[in-house]
Design a protein around this ligand. Structure first.
Ligand code: B1M
Length: 211
């Protein structure tokens, strides 16, 4: 098995120490930092997302894989910056105003980062105006809104409305969270909906034209 294959396996299995050591070994062997991301880390997290969608693994395993990915990325980041390699797509994400749930949103963040998106995480209880200023500042291709409460679904409606009418740069809007459905997404004029963090990657890539 090549070092990149071993690295992919270590990330998928959530072995953070091995992931770090194998990333260093790949660099020592002369692998390009971009190839380490594209050929080992991104496919590993894509596989994690697929297994999560099939209910073969659950939230803890996904978080452990994400931690292994993060170890590898910490080591790679200075090399990627030196090589002028930055993620092609930017996404802004947050949990809508009034809502403090962030476990699912954080998983989406992890998976988007794993798919090599730059992710600006605005956190929880995010007012519509904060989404608008983040869009103006970061010029993302994608904005993600998460809501876990039926009582905060109206804040999602309002956020989409304000993003659409505030004159900010064009951006695709994806929504998700336990009470959210494809029908609701259609009704409020969102561009996409994903039921879980694995599907959120496929949908994000499709929305930005990377699929
Ligand atoms: Co709250 N809570 N909670 N809670 N909480 C729920 C959501 C609830 C269903 C529990 C229940 O009553 N059975 C209920 C909502 C009922 C409703 O609205 N119909 C509820 C309630 C009522 C409340 C409070 C009002 C309770 C109170 O104070 N009386 C209060 C509200 C606080 C607030 O937000 N203002 C409250 C508070 C809390 C805690 C703070 C204690 C804690 C949150 C901690 C945190 O997030 N940091 C909490 C928790 C943990 C839950 C439950 C138990 C678990 C939620 C969770 O993390 N699930 C939840 C009950 C349940 O779901 N069993 C519950 C795991 C997570 C991985 O799944 O978040 O669905 P989920 O994310 C998934 C998908 O939805 C999707 O991908 C994720 C990964 O696959 N997804 C997206 C999420 N965002 C996405 C965005 C996307 C795409 C996909 O694109 C952008």
């Amino acid at each position: 098995m090549t070092t990149l294959e071993q690295l992919s396996e270590a990330v998928g299995a959530g072995k953070a120490k091995d992931a770090k050591a194998l990333t260093q070994r790949a660099l020592d062997e002369g692998a390009r930092p971009g190839d380490i991301v594209d050929k080992a880390l991104v496919p590993a997290m894509a596989e994690v997302g697929e297994r999560f969608k099939r209910n073969e693994i659950f939230v803890p395993e996904m978080l452990i894989a994400a931690r292994a990915m993060k170890e590898a990325m910490n080591l790679l980041e200075p090399h990627l910056v030196a090589a002028g390699i930055t993620p092609k797509y930017t996404a802004v994400i947050g949990t809508v105003q009034g809502d403090l749930h962030d476990i699912g949103k954080n998983l989406v963040v992890v998976m988007w980062k794993g798919a090599n998106f730059r992710v600006v995480d605005l956190g929880t209880n995010v007012p519509p105006a904060k989404f608008v200023s983040a869009i103006q500042e970061h010029r993302p291709q994608l904005v993600g809104l998460s809501a876990l409460l039926t009582t905060t679904m109206p804040a999602m409606v309002e956020t989409v409305r304000i993003i659409r009418t505030s004159g900010c740069p064009p951006v695709k809007v994806m929504v998700g969270g336990a009470p959210i459905t494809q029908q609701f997404a259609n009704e409020i004029g969102a561009d996409g909906y994903a039921a879980d963090a694995g599907s959120a990657v496929d949908k994000a890539r499709a929305l930005v034209g990377a699929a």
